[in-house]
Write a protein that binds this ligand. Sequence first.
Ligand code: ACM
Length: 548
Amino acid sequence: MTPEGPMTFEGMPATTVVPKPRELSARPGATTLSRSTLVSSDGPCAGVARLLAGELEGATGWPVDARLADARGAAAGSPESNRVHIALSTGLEPEEYRLVVHDGGVTIAGGSPAGAFYGTRTLLQLLPADLLRAAPAGSVEGVRLAGVEITDGPRFAWRGIGLDVARHFMPKSFLLRLVDLAAFHKLNVLHLHLTDDQGWRFQVDAYPRLTEVGAWRRESPLGHYRDHLADGVPHGGFYTKQDLREVVSYAARRFVTVLPEIDMPGHMQAAIAAYPELGNTGEPLEVFTNWGISDHVLNMQDATLRFCTDVLEELMEVFPGRYVHIGGDECPTTEWEASRPARRRAQTEGLASAADLQGWFTARMAAVLKERGRTLVAWDEVLDAGAPEGALIAVWRAEHATRAAIEAARTGHDVVMAPETFAYLDWAHTDGPEEPVAIRPALSVERVYSFEAVPVDLEAGYHNRVVGAQCQLWTEYVHTPAHAEYMYFPRACAFAETVWSQAGRDWAAFEPRLSRHLSRLAAKGVNYRPLTGPTPGQARTWLPPAGS
Ligand code: ACM
């Protein structure tokens, strides 16, 4: 767009859409969206139509109305030439859509409103990238879209993106933005890691000290934790229930489910700092100021189980989705082994040792959730004790990923793959010295793109147990939303294609598409890492002092 005067712009070719649609063919005809464009819909798609109309209006400055169409698809006052019409259609799976650009405009058919919504995400990518801005950056007369027919739908039902808001608190505004960016790439689960040793971010009415005390830490490591330096700077923050309800409903409108995680019974030092009676030693603790795994875990007494139940009940008030993640990863058992009450608990429960308390605890939490109609999600460590029936297993540990996925699937569990060697976006993009400090080298966008969620050794009969995958951003070394965007993008774009698009990927074909897609991220103001490497402003600026 130029400041000189209104112009008509060409849309982006459909071949640049990310993630790649299943079927795409050019067809004769074209349409030009313009000031007279309106978005019409049937009743079930009215919300999707209103959202799109608002986005088009924002980008172009045209007054774009959303109207209900009659049973024949006609909308009062609509020009027949450049309308966007959105409606349900039979013969499509719920998340599938068909988008046709024809002489009369654009038609989006969805198997459900979710499918229709994905059609609108594709339509946004057919616009010139400059029209992905929140407000017009110039005067736009029209947008010419070439004739095309796209039939599309996801490979996996669970397409997740995870954010650790415990190690570094991320403002609510970033959660809303991440929902937008996730939905733009047709991801549908936002997993929030709400609690850890280093911070508790979920307001709980029954236990106010969780956020009064547990949300704040005195300082954090400076540089890499192996440098053994501290920054001396307090850090923290938390979300009120209203904040999170807002995120949940904002996400729901974009067909994203927010999956909350309260990590238990390990990764609990922040809670024990708030309520020492939850711990095994009674010693006063502070919120953990180092990275890594604290040895301080929950005790296994009745009052602590009541605490966990109360917290989950308050969590379920805010998060209506079927799934509730209780973590369950990396739980040291040294305190239980040293604790007389823990050993006694193990004995009365008929367990061979105190180390077996985690499996017992997980089963109790699964029952709490099941009674309330929810399904437990936990990391793959819970398989060690035999995971509760019906639990969904999130697989992360590299060396165990295939084995864990196979074991979980064969024992009747649904599986979400998040293997660290492909999906942990807290790893540096490369092992080059220009990369900002990160937990580990190196996970390139090309490697993320090569991710295959279904382990090759899993028998075909169990493939449907792999319901999808997630990419994860742990934030020990990610202090700000801008840096989070740097770590996510463009790797999350590549990841999205691995879970949405059909199997079989070709990096050589993807790279130029991704390159064009970056112009969309640029218009949205995303602090993505250029394919050629970090900009000077993104590159590493901190090195440990010599000799430290
Ligand atoms: C994990 O990375 N501990 C799930």
